[in-house]
Design a protein around this ligand. Structure first.
Ligand SMILES: Nc1ncnc2c1ncn2[C@@H]1O[C@H](COP(=O)(O)OP(=O)(O)OP(=O)(O)O)[C@@H](O)[C@H]1O
Length: 325
């Protein structure tokens, strides 16, 4: 079982002058039993990549496979379950939470068996089984998001795609949601693509971190490695901007810091060479070689190593800075 694999996947929206490549030849694997954190600014293409996997947007190229087989039909894609940011709109307000979860259970079951399974799932997400008959309106945002997660798990997915599942929650309950994700991963060996624009959140749950910028994965690797030795200047910028989480999540998750204070370039008119060169903090330090950053696309040089980055100076920044005048 190789997990979920994106190979050279592209997604385009619009046509003619208005065309944008929201996902640009992305390759990424979510190995079985692993949480892969996908981080990047708003508009970098994170949601679009996940939506392509579940068939909500069509791909313009590449292949998405699960366990080594290409996902082609909606039936194949049911092995993936997506949980969205907004727990208010993702549950039917007229259905009890028990009914919502039961609806996602595969196969036919007797009533008592369904109820038992719903109870098990509610308890799995730390909700009292006695709540099964409540309507979502009786629940807080954090509780609804737990129900949304239970509903996703009810479908017995191979991979859960969690898209900003803590962003709409009160800062004070984000920590317990992240703890739940971590517990579930340990308990069930869950495979997850965990999307957030907040690196402080991603670092808490992820085994692997992938960094997305302007439709591309610009760096990916084992989480500890990426955090300790970021190869790409964009990742370093995100790290500098991310408030640190302590070793325990008893404290609320720190509020978001703006990642960078300027806007990312337009997808309609992407920069030449390296897509990050106009904002790159090391650009001015490597003046002599700067043509390479403005003229040459670094992706051509990136290797398929466990920790890799699309930067002409990947891994060299510290020495570049040390030798800069
Ligand atoms: N249905 C669509 N039609 C046209 N453009 C779209 C569509 N969906 C997304 N886009 C564009 O694709 C780009 C990537 O958007 P996407 O939502 O995937 O980014 P993101 O990294 O998930 O950010 P956010 O957290 O803000 O959703 C953006 O420029 C967005 O405007």
């Amino acid at each position: 079982m190789t997990g979920l694999e994106f190979r050279d996947v592209s997604v385009r929206f619009g046509s003619g002058h208005a065309a944008v490549t929201a996902v640009d030849e992305v390759s990424l694997t979510v190995p079985a039993g692993t949480v892969v954190g996908l981080v990047g600014e708003s508009g970098s293409g994170k949601s679009t990549l996940a939506k392509a996997a579940v068939g909500l947007v069509p791909t313009a190229g590449g292949e998405i496979s699960l366990g080594g087989s290409a996902l082609r039909t909606q039936r194949d894609r049911r092995r993936l379950q997506m949980v969205f940011q907004d727990p208010y709109s993702s549950l039917d307000p007229r259905m009890s939470i028990g009914e919502s979860i039961a609806e996602a259970l595969p196969g036919r079951r007797r009533r008592a068996a369904r109820r038992a399974e719903v109870s098990r799932l509610l308890e799995l997400v730390d909700l009292d089984a006695g709540r099964a008959d409540q309507l979502p309106s009786g629940l807080s945002g954090g509780q609804r998001q737990r129900v949304a997660l239970a509903r996703a798990l009810a479908a017995e997915p191979d991979v859960v795609l969690a898209d900003e599942i803590t962003s709409a929650l009160d800062v004070s309950v984000q920590g317990s949601m992240l703890n739940l994700v971590r517990d579930l991963q340990r308990q069930l060996g869950l495979s997850m693509l965990f999307i957030s624009h907040n690196l402080a959140v991603v670092r808490y749950v992820s085994d692997v971190i992938a960094v997305m910028y302007l439709g591309r994965i610009v760096e990916a690797g084992p989480a500890a490695d990426v955090l300790a030795r970021p190869h790409h200047p964009y990742t370093r910028t995100l790290l500098d901007a991310a408030p640190r989480l302590g070793s325990s999540l008893d404290d609320p998750v720190p509020a978001d810091n703006p990642l960078l204070d300027d806007e990312p370039p337009s997808l309609q008119d992407p920069p030449s060479g390296c897509a990050f060169h106009r904002r790159c903090p090391i650009g001015p330090l490597v003046m002599a070689d700067r043509d390479v950053c403005t003229e040459s696309d670094p992706r051509a040089g990136s290797a398929e190593r466990p920790h890799h980055a699309q930067c002409h100076f990947a891994g060299d920044h510290r020495s570049v800075e040390a030798t800069a005048p």
